[in-house]
Design a protein. Structure first.
Length: 266
């Protein structure tokens, strides 16, 4: 396990487990946490021994409560040395919300508040599993801000325009149950069952060929940018790679031989 000041990172059986580790600050996003999360996402994206990732928050109060506004408030009075360090971290950070075509599946295990930037992180993931006490929202206008890390764009796309505007223009929170009803969340479970539920999703993803999972994700996500016919006829890099892979032959062979496939990811 890699332990840092603001995150925990562990890879177990091809799964990267990333924990936002600032529980006393509700796992809010300061420059260090953004940078460290960026480093972990680079590792997930480039390490072929990692097939998927799960992101969660430390404790049981918050997944991530958004930007660290206390940090922002003291930025103006910070020393030049501190400001230089923060600028350097920002330049080296590729935030998860800007990884528009992340090839591998990411699960958000939401164990509490997912607000502002925290909801934006969760919406950047492919699957969201939430504890039943979790709350979601983009309350930035109540602080004189907007959900500028793509929240104002992702929420209407993920739950529909009118429901999204109802939450974004008021800054209201939505319950986990309501998030599920609106299609933002895949499942809502008691906190005690959160990890085991995520484990079931992880196990099912690992039963699939990793290149098939990546090809499915790429064709689905990129295809959303096109009309249906164009999406169908477009050639996708991940699908070309899957078609020419050993795993594409292993799947039918294993089925014919009535055995579990041995995926190699190539």
């Amino acid at each position: 396990m890699i332990e840092t000041a603001t995150t925990l990172f562990e890879v177990i059986d091809k799964v990267a487990w990333i924990t936002l580790n600032r529980p006393d600050a509700l796992n809010s996003l300061n420059p260090e946490l953004r940078w460290q999360l960026s480093q972990h996402m680079d590792e997930v994206e480039t390490n072929e021994d990692i097939w998927l990732a799960v992101i969660t928050g430390a404790g049981d109060r918050a997944f991530c409560a958004g930007a660290d506004l206390k940090h922002r408030a003291r930025e103006r009075d910070a020393s030049e040395e501190e400001k230089t360090r923060w600028r350097k971290l920002a330049l080296e950070t590729r935030h998860i919300i800007e990884r528009w075509h992340m090839p591998k599946p990411i699960i958000a295990m939401v164990n509490g508040y997912a607000l502002g930037g925290g909801l934006e992180v969760a919406m950047s993931c492919d699957i969201i599993i939430a504890a039943d006490h979790a709350e979601f929202g983009l309350p930035e206008p109540r602080r004189g801000l907007i959900a500028g890390s793509a929240g104002v764009h992702r929420l209407p796309r993920q739950i529909g325009l009118k429901p999204a505007m109802g939450y974004m223009l008021t800054g209201r929170h939505m319950s986990a149950k309501r998030a599920y009803e609106l299609g933002l969340v895949n499942e809502v479970v008691p906190l005690a069952d959160l990890k085991s539920t995520v484990d079931e999703y992880v196990a099912d993803i690992l039963r699939c060929a990793p290149l098939a999972v990546r090809a499915t994700k790429e064709t689905a996500m990129r295809g959303l940018d096109y009309p249906l016919a164009q999406a169908f006829y477009t050639r996708y890099e991940a699908e070309i790679k899957r078609l020419n892979s050993a795993d594409s032959r292993e799947g039918p062979k294993a089925f014919a031989e009535k055995r579990e496939p041995n995926w190699q990811g190539k």
